[in-house]
Design a protein around this ligand. Structure first.
Ligand code: PEP
Length: 258
């Protein structure tokens, strides 16, 4: 039986006091419960320290939403992997489609980010996924393969073992259009096959492949019970404690039904 991971991506949401409230509620809810699911909370950078403090009294990890592609120096506004490490951050989302689209991040940038995170012992949560037109014209397997090959598969087996993959079809992110369990499972199995070809069967089995894209309390269980879906990367539904907790509970149910 394999555990699940549920990670919440708050994106650019919450004021300071709202972040404090949500972290407090999550910390209270997750405190003293024995979970098989690993929970990761990824708030905006401004609230990372607050999140680390809250996590120390509770049962979740903290992740950043982004990291600089350069090591240090004159990069106004950026935050380095070393800085994240020094603030006790253990995970970081890389290659979210919003960053690829609005901030023009390329696979080459993402490969550098992955390398710097691993160098600083931070687990990259590497996002891949196709756009609507790529789903419709049937090129989605090629798109995902090239995202993985260009930004992740340069890693050695040992390095790759320290990563998490999130499959996030762009057409499903924030749109309410969730991939069906069959659509998601098809791509997750494809990703696991690619990992197996590159790194072998054991690594492929051990790799966590999360689904992201309008995952919510209603559809989480159906998604999480698919063979190759090891949990979720949750956007909108991670902003409300009750909804996020329901998704964590769905992961727990999926594990116990396994
Ligand atoms: C995300 O931003 O990673 C995401 C999956 O968003 P949402 O759940 O809102 O679709």
């Amino acid at each position: 039986m394999k555990n699940k991971i549920v990670a919440g991506n708050w994106k650019m949401n919450k004021t300071f006091s709202e972040a404090d409230d949500l972290l407090f509620t999550l910390a209270e809810n997750l405190k003293d419960v024995r979970l098989e699911t690993e929970v990761i909370v990824c708030p905006p950078a401004l609230y990372l320290e607050m999140a680390v403090d809250a996590s120390e009294e509770s049962n979740f990890y903290v992740g950043a939403q982004n990291v600089a592609y350069a090591e240090k120096g004159a990069y106004t506004g950026e935050i380095s992997a070393e800085m994240l490490r020094s603030a006790d951050i253990q995970f970081c989302i890389v290659g979210h489609s919003e960053r690829r689209t609005y901030f023009h991040e390329t696979d080459a940038d993402l490969a550098k980010k992955v390398d710097l995170l691993l160098k600083n012992e931070i687990v990259p949560i590497f996002c891949c996924g196709e756009r609507k037109e790529e789903r419709e014209n049937g090129t989605y397997f090629q798109v995902i393969k090239s995202q993985l090959e260009n930004a992740l598969f340069h890693l050695t087996k040992e390095e790759f073992d320290g990563t998490i993959i999130a499959y996030e079809p762009v057409w499903a992110i924030g749109t309410g259009l969730t991939a069906t369990p069959a659509q998601a499972q098809e791509v997750h199995a494809f990703i696991r096959k690619l990992v197996e070809e590159k790194y072998g069967t054991e690594t492929a089995y051990n790799t966590y492949i999360l689904y992201g894209g309008s995952c919510n309390a209603k559809n989480a269980l159906d998604l999480f019970t698919c063979n190759d879906i090891d949990g979720g990367l949750i956007g909108g539904a991670s902003l409300v404690a009750e909804d996020f907790m329901a998704i964590i509970n769905a992961a727990e149910t999926a594990i116990s039904n396994d």
